[in-house]
Design a binder for this molecule. Structure first.
Ligand code: NAD
Length: 476
């Protein structure tokens, strides 16, 4: 692990084997941190925030360091992407795209570091000068899920460092290798010791001591609704700030006036990218009744052609499921859907065949005529399982889409721009895509409403999530 600028083993000397989800082989050994390691990391981050070189740096110098880190990521992108594929089994093209995009986070937010300005307030008191300062919070803990390890880390570190905070990053126990490699680049970039620390291990063992630590001022978490709830509850006890990026059951809505060729591709990409293991997966496909049979058949026909295989192979379209518990959960949901009367139009089993290595693959699965009250329509599966639901008109589509505990993302397919805009206003979701799906940028806010999360990442305002305001009064 990387703590206080030093490379260290876990205090207890324990390790975890990381398994490649395609080959089934243990390919990396990572330290299994516990409370003692969390303590060291938080103390290092606290020392760096209060007494080290970091608080003495000008904001421009902070930005320059961040840009250097961006350059180093760009230089090592291919290696980092391959490490992530070995850890999470996502397609190499997707991970290469993600990692090659990461430097932009550090360039963009590095550029904002010296643009955090307070205001002089023309206060309504005589002989008084009043101004505001926006100050960093202190030690922030970043906890990430396994599906996009470095992207989820960059979403947190880049705005938080621009604001002048220090960090302890704890990646998922399933995908820690890229975060440790990233720490080497942090060291190479010349960040002062303790500004960015990386500890590895299980959520309960090292994550919990981190998030409950009294010196931690902010927790930025991406993960399950259950994990987010636990963290929110414990953060409340100490009035810690939080950003929570949680799960979803996003509606991808196809009207009969859509460009159906594009909508079919959007429906497929929305659910089968990363084998459905993305928070914004368009896992509820709402199709207008007038085209329901024809459109769903086209989606089934397209999904049938999906090429399952080695995620390192650029020709593969669907890779393995990342973790054994996730694999089990997906198959359980498929049985639940069958039991609820869902009509299984495609897949519905563990995939078998050549080119699947020792991986745990689930066949691209489609359920037809799903009713929005079924569990398959209400709960996050996080797998390649699509639930198709017919609707009558705009009103009906809005009613069904919004009848969900989640509100992360939504897609709308229509050639009628008025309808696209009206739908974007009426849908309860943190992100709405019209005639596209799954677009994300460091420039645009990303975050869920309802049980999908609290706060936003990305965009200029993400820096504010890592600042606190002080009002200074001077008698003149
Ligand atoms: P998870 O909640 O099991 O784990 C996420 C992280 O939290 C891991 O690093 C884990 O070790 C840690 N953790 C677990 N318990 C903890 C505790 N008590 N204290 C501190 N840390 C703890 O989630 P997961 O299975 O890794 O990820 C899948 C989930 O993440 C899905 O629900 C998905 O929708 C969500 N997700 C959301 C987004 C988003 O931006 N909204 C992005 C990706 C994934």
């Amino acid at each position: 692990m990387y703590i206080g600028g030093q490379w260290v083993d876990a205090v207890g000397g324990e390790t975890i084997q990381t398994v490649n989800p395609y080959s089934g082989e243990a390919w990396a050994t990572i330290p299994r941190g516990r409370a003692a390691d969390a303590e060291l990391a938080v103390q290092a981050a606290h020392a760096a925030f209060t007494t080290g070189a970091w608080p003495k740096l000008t904001a421009s110098a902070r930005g320059a360091l961040m840009r250097k880190l961006g350059d180093l990521i760009a230089e090592h992108a291919e290696r980092l992407a391959r490490i992530e594929v070995a850890d999470n089994g996502k397609l190499i093209n997707e991970m290469l795209g993600q990692v090659r995009y990461l430097p932009q986070y550090f360039y963009y937010f590095g550029g904002l570091a010296d643009k955090i300005e307070g205001a002089v307030i023309p206060i309504d008191k005589a002989e008084t000068f009043n101004f505001t300062r926006h100050e960093p919070l202190g030690v922030c803990v970043a906890i990430t899920a396994w599906n996009s390890p470095l992207l989820l880390a960059a979403n947190k570190l880049a705005p938080g460092l621009a604001a002048g905070n220090t960090f302890v990053l704890k990646p998922s126990e399933y995908t820690s290798a890229s975060a440790l490699e990233f720490a080497k680049l942090v060291e190479q970039a010349g960040f002062p010791p303790g500004v960015i620390n990386v500890v590895t291990g299980l959520g309960q063992e090292v994550g919990e001591p981190l998030v409950t630590h009294a010196l931690v001022k902010k927790i930025a978490f991406t993960g399950s609704e259950f994990g987010g709830q636990r963290i929110y509850e414990s953060a409340a006890r100490d009035f810690k700030r939080v950003t929570l990026e949680l799960g979803g059951k996003s509606a991808n809505i196809v009207f009969d006036d859509a460009n159906l060729d594009n909508a079919v591709k959007g429906a497929i990409g929305g659910i089968y990218a990363a084998s459905g293991q993305t928070c914004v997966a368009g896992s509820r496909l709402l199709v207008q009744r007038t085209i329901y049979d024809q459109f769903v058949q086209r989606v089934v026909d397209f999904a049938k052609t999906a090429k399952l295989g080695d995620p390192m192979d650029t020709g593969t379209q669907v890779g393995p499921v990342t973790t054994p518990p996730q694999f089990k959960k997906i198959l359980e949901y498929i049985e639940i859907a069958k039991g609820e009367g869902g009509e299984c139009l495609l897949g519905g089993r563990q995939a078998s065949g050549p080119n699947l290595g020792a991986g745990q693959f689930v066949e691209p699965t489609i359920f037809g005529n799903v009713n929005n009250q079924m569990r398959i329509a209400r709960e996050e599966v996080f797998g390649p399982v699509l639930a198709c639901i017919p609707f009558d008109d705009e009103e009906d589509a809005v009613r069904i889409a919004n009848d969900s505990n989640y509100a992360l993302a939504a897609g709308v397919w229509t050639e009628n721009l008025r309808r696209g805009i009206v739908m974007s206003q009426r849908l309860e979701a943190g992100m709405v895509w019209v005639n596209m799906y799954r677009a994300v940028s460091y420039m645009s806010p990303f975050g869920g409403h309802k049980r999908s999360g609290v706060g936003h990442e990305n965009g200029i305002d993400a820096v504010r999530e890592y600042l606190q305001t002080k009002s200074v009064w001077i008698s003149t």
